[in-house]
Design a protein around this ligand. Structure first.
Ligand code: CLF
Ligand code: SF4
Length: 520
């Protein structure tokens, strides 16, 4: 099993001079100075920066609320909430709630008791699992008894695990006191509009106080309840993340207004996700041909909102029974049958010791990046470009090109390396041979990138990538991502300066819609 602290070839070496590392860690101001950028960006930050300590304590190990943490810490979901009280045009209720899940995914439903056993089993096996979320398969607050019973059991059995909740917000104001009582520190509300006319194009109906409402009236009730719930939560100091689904031609421009509305009500983080819409999902949008955004459209909207508040760009639209690091899915290891047979020993000391080691690894990574950044500091250039990275986690370039199910995307500039997204792809390596069709989908998915960093790559894909103008880089295998990307960028700028290469602007890239969506 691969874990964040078992990269035996490099880990011990990195810890040799921990005094120096700890000194640099003490000095680093990641959140406010990510990549030398002075704008706070806590959803994609490396450290505390200007954040109050009590908020930092809540986000530092939460893989969704801290981009940096998501390389190291895992979350899990338990699918205890089957019912829903609204209808979204991008959702088919045969599948998981599409407000947090990729469409077309079906999760294994659990009772609260089964869920609690599962959480303890996973926490004992994956000590870096720090957060338990309830995100479906329907709306958790349309199933309040099951949701809160699950939280109650888990807070007794695994008290160190943070509790998290995701909701469409319709009944949120009714449950805020209970949420606070159960110490649920993090709540996600999906808010796609603050204008009922736009809402009527997204929501055909809501079921509220024993009555079904449709059209603009339904959307007005929903937006009023969502914003009221948000205000009530932030008044109580509960951290709120807003998910918004970007639907081109319907709410894409409007999401800037949504961003302002949620920021003014105290939301901590805004997660704008692409609509994923394919006819095979059987949703209204899928069947009527509503398209999702391209990679450039999504990034442009996220960039335009970033001046207003922290943006999340590392969401993987997880399934309602997801387990593991974001981007990996270990739910198949923890099916109900397997859990019920497991002998579980919940050892808090072992979990703490393991997480302390993860912290050292994480801090060494930050220190290495800061060191490389110092060398970049003298460079003057307005070149900004994207690179893709194949990684299995821990902030390392440690995945083979052919085994990558996704690539992480970083924007490089003289400010440093900034995580700006990820692209899911079809596996190129199909049991020992490369699949040419898959390679073309990979190239389309990272077509806006100048280079792709991998632990290893074969001759054929290498030459196809070069032909497409993407530099396959394997010389930083098993090194830290940001440090390596900054070092590569320094070389790139030098080559441009010397006239060895000419800087070109890349085109757009695809966000995968249909293929393989139900697999992970
Ligand atoms: Fe789950 Fe959501 Fe909590 Fe995270 S997921 S309930 S906040 S613990 Fe995270 Fe998954 Fe995106 Fe959700 S990557 S879908 S944002
Ligand atoms: Fe589907 Fe979630 Fe919308 Fe309910 S709230 S209709 S489960 S996407």
């Amino acid at each position: 099993m691969d874990t964040p602290v078992q990269h035996e070839d490099t880990y011990v070496e990195r810890l040799v001079d921990m005094d120096a590392v700890m000194q640099q860690v003490a000095e680093h101001k990641g959140c406010g100075t990510e990549g030398g950028n002075s704008k706070p960006s806590c959803g994609s930050s490396a450290g505390q920066g200007d954040m109050p300590t009590e908020i930092w304590e809540k986000v530092k190990n939460h893989p969704c609320y801290s981009e940096e943490a998501h390389h190291h810490y895992a979350r899990m979901h338990v699918a205890v909430a089957p019912a829903c009280n609204i209808q979204c045009n991008y959702c088919n209720r045969k599948y998981d709630c599409a407000n947090e899940s990729r469409p077309g995914v079906v999760s294994e439903r659990l009772t609260p008791e089964q869920a609690a056993k599962k959480v303890v089993a996973v926490a004992s096996t994956i000590p870096q699992m720090t957060v338990l979320g309830i995100a479906g398969p329907g709306d958790p607050l349309a199933n309040p008894e099951k949701t809160f019973k699950t939280f109650e059991l888990i807070s007794k059995m695994a008290p160190d695990i943070k509790l998290c909740l995701s909701t469409n917000g319709l009944t949120l104001p009714d449950h805020v006191d209970t949420i606070a009582r159960y110490n649920v520190d993090h709540v996600t509300i999906t808010i796609n509009m603050v204008d009922p006319e736009i809402g009527a194009q997204i929501y055909p109906w809501v079921f509220y106080k024993h009555k079904r409402y449709t059209g603009v009236e339904a959307a007005r009730i929903l937006t009023d309840r969502q914003l009221q719930g948000l205000e009530m939560l932030t008044e109580r100091g509960i951290l709120c993340k807003i998910n918004s689904v970007m639907i081109p031609g319907i709410n894409d421009q409007h999401l800037v207004e949504v961003n302002r509305a949620v920021k003014s009500r105290g939301a901590f983080l805004h997660n704008i996700m692409p609509l994923i819409s394919a006819p095979e999902h059987g949703t209204v949008f899928g069947l009527n041909g509503q398209r999702g955004p391209s990679a450039q459209e999504l990034k442009a909207l996220q960039d335009s909102c970033e001046g207003e508040m922290n943006m999340m760009r590392h969401c993987r639209q997880c399934r309602a029974d997801a387990v593991g690091l974001l981007g990996e899915d270990r739910s198949a290891e923890f099916t109900t049958d397997k859990i019920m047979e497991m002998e579980v020993d919940y050892d808090l000391d072992t979990r703490k010791a393991y997480q302390a080691q993860v912290e050292l690894e994480r801090q060494a990574k930050v220190a290495a990046k800061q060191e490389e950044l110092k060398e970049l500091a003298g460079s003057a250039s307005d070149i900004k470009l994207l690179v893709a990275v194949a990684t299995k986690g821990s902030g390392l370039i440690n995945e083979h090109f052919g085994h990558a199910k996704e690539f992480q995307v970083y924007e490089l500039s003289t400010d440093g390396a900034k995580f700006v997204g990820h692209r899911r792809v079809d596996l190129y390596c199909q049991g020992g041979f490369g699949d040419e069709d898959s390679l073309q989908t990979v190239i389309r998915a990272i077509n806006d990138c100048h280079a792709v960093f991998v632990a290893k790559i074969g001759g054929c894909p290498k030459s196809d990538l070069q032909e497409a103008g993407i530099d396959p880089v394997d010389r930083y295998a098993h090194e830290y991502i940001e440090k390596s990307a900054i070092a590569w960028f320094k070389d790139y700028l030098e080559k441009v300066r010397s006239g060895e290469i000419e800087h070109t602007v890349r085109g757009d890239a695809d966000i995968r819609q249909g293929a393989l969506i139900s697999v992970a």
